[in-house]
Design a protein around this ligand. Structure first.
Ligand code: ITT
Length: 196
C-alpha cells in the first residue's frame, strides 16, 4: 500500500507537477488544501530554499498529523544579482505582475542567464526522519511571454538546449528537466536507498 503524504502547499500547479513526479513511487501525494481546506498560513522565514521547505513541511505535518512533503522554489537571474530568488513569489501579487516586473527590470539586457531552483523536503514523523534535496534548471529569460502551460515564470523561461519556453513545452518536458523533477528524482533515490 502507498504511504499517504500531504503536499504542504496551496499552489495547485506545483501539486499537479509533484503528483506526476511521484506517481511511480510508493508515495501518494494528497493536495494540502484537500486535507486542510483552510490551508495553513506558514511564515517562510528561512534564509534558504531548504530552510523554507523544511518550515513548510514541518508545519503541515504538525497541522495534519501526517507525513508531509513541501517544495520551496524560485527563479534566479544572473543580471539581477540572482534575484528574485527565495522571494520569487513575494515580489508581486500574481504571476502576471511578477513577470512584468522581471521583464521591465531586465529591459533589453543581453545577459539573460537564469536558473530555477527547488528544494523539496519530506518529513516522516513516525520515523523521526527528515529528507531534503535540491534541483536546478538552467536557461534564459525570453524577451516576451509565450505559451500557456504551467505557472509562475514559465512563459518567459527557456531551458538550456531548447528554443521554447516551459509554458510552450508543457508538462512532459518539465517532468524530465525541471528543477522540481531533478530534486524529485534525488529524493526518490534517497528514499529507496534508505529502504523506503
Ligand atoms: P507554496 O509556498 O504554498 O508552496 P508558492 O507559490 O508561494 O506556494 P514558493 O514560495 O516556493 O511557492 O514560491 C515559488 C515561486 O517561484 C512561484 O510562485 C513562482 O513564481 C516561481 N516558480 C517556482 N517554480 C516554478 C516553476 O516550475 N515554473 C514557474 N515559476 C516557478
Amino acid at each position: 500500500m502507498k504511504l499517504q503524504v500531504v503536499f504542504a502547499s496551496s499552489n495547485e500547479h506545483k501539486y499537479e507537477e509533484m503528483k506526476r513526479l511521484f506517481e511511480w513511487t510508493n508515495i501518494e501525494l494528497l493536495f494540502g488544501l484537500e486535507v486542510l481546506p483552510k490551508g495553513l498560513d506558514v511564515e517562510e522565514s528561512g534564509k534558504s530554499y531548504a530552510e523554507n521547505a523544511l518550515i513548510k513541511a514541518r508545519a503541515w505535518s504538525e497541522g495534519t498529523g501526517m507525513p508531509a512533503m513541501s517544495d520551496d522554489s524560485g527563479l534566479e537571474v544572473e543580471a539581477l544579482d540572482w534575484r528574485p530568488g527565495i522571494f520569487s513569489s513575494r515580489v508581486a501579487e500574481n504571476d502576471e505582475s511578477r513577470i512584468r516586473r522581471l521583464l521591465d527590470e531586465l529591459g533589453r539586457r543581453e545577459n539573460r542567464r537564469a536558473r530555477f531552483v527547488a528544494a523539496l523536503s519530506l518529513v516522516l514523523p513516525q520515523r523521526a526522519q527528515v529528507w531534503i534535496t535540491e534541483g536546478f534548471c538552467w536557461g534564459k529569460i525570453a524577451f516576451e511571454l509565450s505559451g500557456s502551460f504551467g505557472f509562475g515564470y514559465d512563459p518567459v523561461f527557456v531551458p538550456i538546449g531548447y528554443e521554447a519556453s516551459f509554458a510552450e513545452l508543457g508538462p512532459k518536458a518539465k517532468s524530465l528537466i525541471s528543477h522540481r523533477a531533478v530534486a524529485a528524482r534525488a529524493l526518490s533515490q534517497l528514499l529507496s536507498s534508505g529502504g523506503f
